[in-house]
Design a protein. Structure first.
Lengths: 252, 240, 314
């Protein structure tokens, strides 16, 4: 029931121009868990993410966070991190400006307290606080993604949605950012929804996986169960593909 | 006769070395993988092979022989003739590589028109796995899905049956199933049409499945080469 | 289609707004046509009041506005007191003259700006581009008025060009009009060029630097074809908007130049009407100019809609 789970989505539908991008999406997620959302491009994963983060208004359906129905003010509770760190950060802004922006917009705290928070956030994501006055374009791809994470954390969200946030990053950088996120999850009890094409990444971070196709969730199960007994043909196809592409013959 | 012989190519971007003394060969009908992290110079290398790096800013030294024709010494007219016809480049982001105001049909046709190849659009589309429907032909790039766009760009590259196709990170935006399909497509094209590929990717899994030989690039140099198993196998520096 | 209908509605609402504001402002200006008569001792105050009443100038503002709207909808723009004639025919001859001037100037300006801008975009960094930039900045800085006066002086000194008017005495001939057109058109074109060239250059430069341009070059598409068949269409958006604006200002761009250089278009007419407080004429000219502006922008919107598939799909 909505009141029980940390996040509960019921019958979420979003129609663009007469065509449904997502249809009747229903699932729940417990606090502190990570849900991996996978599926072919065009399946509606990003649309779902945007609806959850309140960037889009769903055509119908409900979203409950911690037992309360979601509306505009709750946005602080859910934060979205996008794919391209380069385009989601204003390249001329300094790290300090980027990270304190959410606080500034909501007029939280004083200049001093915001600066303090910025230093804390930088350290949380593994960046030096001395890099605060550096403009964003001087950071590397991986560092920019960390900045994006720091910015997302500024409002102390409960749910973090990562939409293809690792796509352009090198493997080593991906590994670092993944470790950081897992660490944060343990320390702060964050809940994640991870949208990714890279199944190996999803296995590593997620406890459960939802497979989307053409706007609906076609399978939703714990990772171990999904791997061992995939039900839906699409899931099987994806697992086969992942195996074909992995070096060791099974997802690492 | 090798399809492509690259000898000691070096590229400098305003005095900063981006590629340093890279040499390799691509044999006819083979798929060579180029693996490296971002910033290692892979894309610059790819552009250099077609002599697409604008002069005063980029200084290119070395030799790029395409079937005994020296690309780096060619005139612009000669280059216009071989680009697309002998050697093609598939760019990294298909949305950016396609002209937003031209229909798909026109863009592919332009590639063919440039070299006077008269091939049926339908057969070309089917070759890359795109539906040969009016909806697809008349579409604009932003109306297609990521996978479809990727195939359009590949269709453009194949339009005039080049001997060598350089593909820069063609798999990044795709999900696993599509990646496998694309990888199979490349292998099929190699079998059926004897097209060679230089495949640039930062995914070892993909290269393992697709390439015969892999070159590892780091900071502008080739630091290792061999079969995928040799290079990515357990115990090596790049094992996942 | 809905897109265009909405734009049309927008335009009409805008025109209504303009008419309201113009009416208001014209009314706020002290005096009316008959004010100057007050200085004449032979005319009594009652006569003036009677004249005002006769031409309905003493009615309250909303009543006058409503009456004006009603007559406009009938096609009647009122009666010009200064020229003692209905406004319509008075405007027609002048509008033709203005359009001849601005039409020629706009056409020539675009004809020069397009190739020049494209050339600049392809030759960025070369001396030709630098010279171009300097010259255009210079032109931008010079006020139209100054140019007009300088040209007039030239005309007077050399005697090559007529110093005013549209025709010389005698039978009307095309060459004669053309000769009179040269100087005013030159002033207008030089005034329009800097902005146009800059925009063309910037748009084309962006297209030339884009990834799809590189991609097309990688396919071996020859330079000329690349430029005109691939890049120009992609660079067209801002230029279409600019073009719409150019069309929209066809009636208003030359008003000042006409007055200074003696071209018998709307400019001198408008000035006289304002000085004489000729309400009907002033309003008519304002509305006509505003309509052109709205129409120009609407045309740009329609063109954009047809030419850019991304806008159509929205």
């Amino acid at each position: 029931m909505p009141a029980d789970s940390f996040l509960s989505v019921r019958g979420l539908t979003k129609i663009f121009d007469g065509r449904p991008a997502i249809q009747n999406v229903t699932f729940s997620l417990e606090r502190g868990r990570t849900l991996g959302l996978v599926g072919p491009s065009g399946a509606g994963k990003s649309t779902l993410a945007r609806c959850l983060a309140l960037f889009e208004t769903p055509t119908s359906g409900e979203i409950w966070l911690e037992g309360r129905s979601l509306c505009g003010q709750m946005r602080a509770g859910i934060q979205l991190i996008f794919q391209e760190p380069a385009s989601s950060l204003n390249p001329r802004f300094t790290a300090a400006q980027i990270v304190t922006e959410p606080l500034l917009i909501r007029k939280l705290g004083t200049t001093k307290s915001r600066r303090q928070r910025a230093s804390e956030l930088m350290e949380t994501v593994g960046l030096s606080r001395h890099a605060l006055p550096t403009p964003a374009l001087e950071f590397s791809g991986g560092e920019r993604q960390r900045l994006a994470i720091a910015r997302a954390l500024a409002l102390e969200p409960k749910l973090l949605i990562l939409d293809e946030s690792f796509a352009g990053l090198d493997l080593s950088v991906q590994a670092q950012v993944t470790t950081l996120l897992l660490d944060l999850q343990e320390r702060c009890g964050l809940t994640y929804i991870l949208i990714a094409h890279d199944l190996a990444l999803v296995w590593r971070m997620a406890g459960e996986i939802a497979v989307m196709d053409q706007g609906t969730i076609v399978e939703h199960a714990a990772v171990a169960g999904l791997l061992a007994r995939p039900q839906h043909p699409l899931t099987k196809a994806m697992l086969d593909a992942a195996r074909a592409l992995s070096l060791a013959g099974a997802p690492a | 006769m090798r399809d492509l012989t690259v000898d000691l190519i070096s590229v400098r971007n305003i005095a900063v070395p981006v590629v340093s003394e890279v040499s390799f060969q691509v044999d006819p009908g083979s798929i060579v993988g180029l693996f490296g992290e971002s910033g290692c110079g892979k894309t610059t290398l790819a552009l250099a092979l077609l002599n697409l790096l604008p002069a005063p800013r980029y200084r290119v030294r070395g030799s790029v022989q395409l079937r005994n024709f020296e690309v780096l010494a060619a005139t612009e007219r000669q280059l216009e003739r071989i680009r697309g016809a002998e050697i093609s480049l598939v760019f990294q982001d298909p949305l950016l590589a396609l002209n937003p105001v031209l229909r798909v049909r026109d863009q592919v046709a332009e590639a063919m028109r440039a070299h006077g190849c008269q091939r049926g659009l339908e057969s070309l589309f089917r070759l890359v796995g795109l539906p040969a429907t009016p909806r697809m032909f008349d579409a604009y790039p932003h109306q297609l899905s990521g996978g479809e766009r990727q195939r359009v760009v590949i269709a453009q590259a194949l339009a005039c049956r080049p001997a060598l196709v350089i593909a820069d990170e063609p798999f990044t935006a795709l999900d696993a199933v599509r990646v496998v399909e694309l990888s199979s497509l490349f292998r099929e094209l190699r079998e059926k049409l004897q097209i060679s590929f230089l495949l640039i990717s930062h995914s070892p899994g993909v290269l393992a499945r697709t390439a015969d030989q892999v070159l590892i690039m780091q900071a502008g140099r080739i630091v290792e080469r061999g079969t995928p198993r040799q290079v990515f196998g357990k115990g090596t520096a790049h094992a996942r | 289609m809905r897109y265009i209908a909405r734009r049309l509605l927008h335009g009409l609402l805008l025109l209504v707004g303009v008419s309201l504001l113009s009416f208001l402002f014209a009314d706020l200006a002290p005096g009316d046509y008959f004010s100057s008569l007050r200085t004449d001792p032979r005319v009594s105050a009652q006569t003036i009041a009677a004249l005002r009443a006769q031409y309905s100038l003493d009615r309250p503002l909303p009543v006058r506005y409503a009456a004006w709207v009603a007559s406009v909808l009938r096609g009647d723009f009122g009666y010009s007191l200064a020229y003692n004639s209905p406004v319509g025919p008075l405007l027609w001859a002048r509008v033709r003259a203005t359009l001849l001037l601005t039409g020629t100037a706009t056409f020539l300006a675009w004809l020069i700006a397009l190739p020049l801008g494209i050339w600049n975009a392809t030759a960025r960094g070369t001396w030709g581009d630098s010279v171009s930039k300097v010259v255009l900045s210079f032109l931008l800085a010079i006020p139209d008025l100054l140019l007009a006066i300088v040209f007039l002086m030239l005309a007077v000194e050399t005697g090559y060009f007529p110093t005013g008017g549209m025709v010389s005495p005698g039978p009307e001939r095309v060459e004669d009009v053309a000769w009179h057109l040269v100087l005013p058109v030159a002033v207008l074109v030089l005034g329009m060029l800097p902005t146009l060239v800059r925009h063309v250059r910037a748009s084309m430069a962006e297209a030339i630097d884009s990834p799809f341009a590189l991609s097309a070059r990688a396919q071996g598409i020859p330079r000329r074809r690349l430029l005109f068949r691939h890049l120009l269409p992609a660079a067209a958006n801002p230029l279409i908007s600019l073009f719409g604006f150019s069309l929209g200002t066809l009636l208003s761009a030359s008003l000042l130049i006409e007055v200074v250089m003696g071209w018998p278009g709307l400019g001198p007419l408008f000035l006289e009407a304002i000085m004489a407080r000729d309400f009907a004429l002033v309003l008519a000219v304002v509305m006509l100019s505003a309509s052109f502006l709205v129409a120009g922008n609407l045309l740009a919107d329609i063109l954009l809609y047809r030419m850019d598939p991304r806008i159509r799909m929205k």
